[in-house]
Design a protein around this ligand. Structure first.
Ligand SMILES: NC(=O)C1=CN([C@@H]2O[C@H](COP(=O)(O)OP(=O)(O)OC[C@H]3O[C@@H](n4cnc5c(N)ncnc54)[C@H](O)[C@@H]3O)[C@@H](O)[C@H]2O)C=CC1
Ligand SMILES: CCCCCC(=O)/C=C/[C@H]1C=CC(=O)[C@@H]1CCCCCCC(=O)O
Length: 270
């Protein structure tokens, strides 16, 4: 894929108020995006992040409150972005929670169903075969999508769903027909609030305690490294490609690894 330009693009980042999403938003502004729209449930911190980014990069960031676990919120937010900016060139579906404990349905609503809803709205908006201008969708999964972690099966399952949904969606001739480039970005452990209090996140307190012990030996990467890798993915990624960001390394293309794994499984079925 030729280097995809970020200049003059309108980019939406869900969950962009804090953590990795805020770093992604900043990365797009740093690379010349004309507009960055931060959607997040956290209104106060979202407005503060937007204000900070506007002071640094000129008034090119806006905040719209949106709870991605709620379809009404998603629809209103998406329509508001289109009404204000007319064309969305890229969306990073980043909002996510790790709550395998009592609030596990929230994880399914945010990490999976909300992401699907944004994908379907973005495709309808972007697809060239229905009057759109094409565009890019980056779905944020996780290394947990292919790590069979026993402490976080709901979280890891939601991320595996994101991975498989995205690669199923992107099967040719999707890009040829629509001009919509769908990619998957899988961070590994990264230093954000998501990884705080890991012991309380599991459905099973004993497994949660073990996870916290395991994690004590893991060196998380810096969120800035993941943001740099995401921008690399946007600029160079092919339609349907799958990427990993871990250990402060450049974005790693694992498309062939995933594809061959699924090909060996598909060979068993038909
Ligand atoms: N930090 C890590 O080690 C890794 C993170 N990821 C994924 O990256 C994404 C971002 O994670 P982090 O920045 O680390 O987490 P974080 O917890 O620091 O930030 C998550 C952001 O999503 C927002 N959010 C949560 N629920 C929402 C909702 N219902 N509606 C709208 N926004 C909502 C939060 O307000 C927050 O701004 C998540 O999808 C996560 O699963 C994947 C692999 C590793
Ligand atoms: C050897 C287990 C290490 C677990 C600690 C860790 O690295 C967690 C990382 C997760 C944080 C957000 C993510 O998406 C990462 C992927 C989850 C990895 C699998 C979960 C491990 C488990 O459930 O036991």
């Amino acid at each position: 894929m030729s280097l995809q330009d970020i200049q003059n693009k309108t980019v939406v980042v869900t969950g962009g108020a804090t953590g990795l999403g805020a770093k992604y938003a900043e990365g797009f502004l740093k690379h010349g995006a004309e507009n960055v729209v931060i959607l997040d449930i956290a209104e106060d911190v979202g407005k503060a992040t937007t204000e900070r980014l506007n002071k640094t990069y000129g008034n090119r960031a806006v905040f719209i409150k949106c709870d991605v676990s709620k379809e009404d919120d998603i629809a209103k937010a998406f329509d508001a972005v289109v009404a204000q900016f007319k064309q969305i060139d890229a969306i990073v579906n980043n909002a996510g929670v790790m709550v395998d404990s009592a609030a596990w349905r929230l994880a399914c609503d945010v990490n999976w169903q909300g992401l699907v809803s944004f994908n379907l709205k973005a495709i309808k908006h972007m697809r060239k075969d229905e009057g759109g201008a094409g565009g890019t969708i980056i779905n944020i999964a996780s290394t947990g999508a292919f790590s069979r972690g026993n402490a976080l099966p709901i979280y890891c399952g939601s991320k595996a769903a994101v991975l498989h949904f995205s690669q199923s969606l992107a099967v040719a001739p999707f890009f040829e027909n629509t001009g919509v480039r769908v990619m998957v970005f899988c961070p590994g452990p990264t230093d954000t609030a998501l990884l705080h209090n890991l012991g309380s996140r599991s459905y099973d307190p004993k497994l949660g305690a073990a996870l916290e012990v395991d994690f004590a030996n893991i060196v998380s990467q810096k969120s800035e490294s993941a943001a740099k890798a995401l921008i690399e993915t946007f600029q160079t990624g092919d339609p349907g490609s799958i990427w990993v960001s871990q250990n402060d390394q450049p974005s790693l293309n694992i498309t062939e690894n995933v594809s061959s794994a699924f090909q060996s499984l598909e060979a068993l079925t038909y």
